[in-house]
Ligand binder design. Structure first.
Ligand code: 4AZ
Length: 239
């Protein structure tokens, strides 16, 4: 998270780290992505966090979920094994549309760790409002990874503003049906590498998952998030 502040995980107990022994070395506890507790045994994350070339192997035994831990290098909280990995079959790695997947946990997390997802009838925000992004990702855009969870406030933008920022050039394409974007006009506050799969929260509700963007915290290059209302629609349609 660029331009954020440290937060104790008790303030956002739904925020978890995905950790793999093979990723980034032992000094970072193997953290490679964020995730969000959406049911006692279910964690939502980005599909691109679960791809073979990112994870090495998308097999459940290769990674674990770290819950209730602010400092990644501490032994606080719990490490939960993953029983099953599901990647949205409609995820398009070219546009990043549909960038979500679901982890089923081997043991349940506490009820108070579960965040409610925004739905299609209940988006939990209107463009222009503030939301908060959480994660252990890069704080500088140059590979400076923090030990402690961080959070930043960003403004949710209109689809028109997102499309104008990412009209389909080499910088990427904004797909309104499955994405939303958030940032600051002058840059400075944003998600970054390592935050992927983690939560964007408004009104106490999960509205987005960190997905992509052009750089981090740059003016006129907002962060792009998986639209959680679209995740809910997809999951409830059973496909
Ligand atoms: C990434 O590489 C990434 N500024 C995540 C979020 C953003 C950019 C890059 C948004 O995972």
């Amino acid at each position: 998270v660029i331009g954020g502040r440290p937060v104790d995980v008790s303030r956002s107990p739904w925020t978890v780290a995905l950790s793999s022994r093979d990723r980034f070395g032992a000094n970072r506890s193997g953290h490679f992505c964020g995730g969000v507790v959406v049911a006692r045994t279910a964690v939502l994350t980005a599909a691109h966090c679960l791809e073979r070339d990112v994870l090495g192997s998308p097999r459940a035994r290769d990674f674990k979920v770290i819950a209730n831990r602010t400092d990644l290098l501490s032994t606080q909280g719990e490490e939960v094994a993953v029983r099953d990995v599901w990647v949205n079959p409609r995820y398009d790695s070219d546009t990043n549309a549909g960038d979500f997947g679901l982890l089923t946990l081997a043991s349940p997390l506490p009820e108070n760790a579960v965040i409610r997802m925004a739905g299609a009838e209940d988006p939990a925000y209107t463009p222009g409002e503030q939301a908060t992004v959480y994660g252990w990702g890069d704080t500088t855009g140059a590979g400076a990874y923090p030990r402690d969870l961080r959070a930043a406030s960003v403004h949710v933008l209109s689809d028109e503003a997102c499309r104008a920022a990412y009209p389909g050039s080499r910088n990427g394409t904004y797909v309104a049906a499955s994405m939303l974007c958030a940032g600051e006009a002058g840059g400075g506050r944003d998600a970054c590498q390592g935050d992927s799969g983690g939560p964007l929260v408004a009104q106490g509700r999960l509205i987005g998952l960190v997905s992509w963007g052009s750089g981090c915290g740059q003016p006129d290059s907002p962060g792009v998030y998986t639209r959680v209302a679209d995740v809910v629609r997809t999951l409830s349609a059973g496909r």
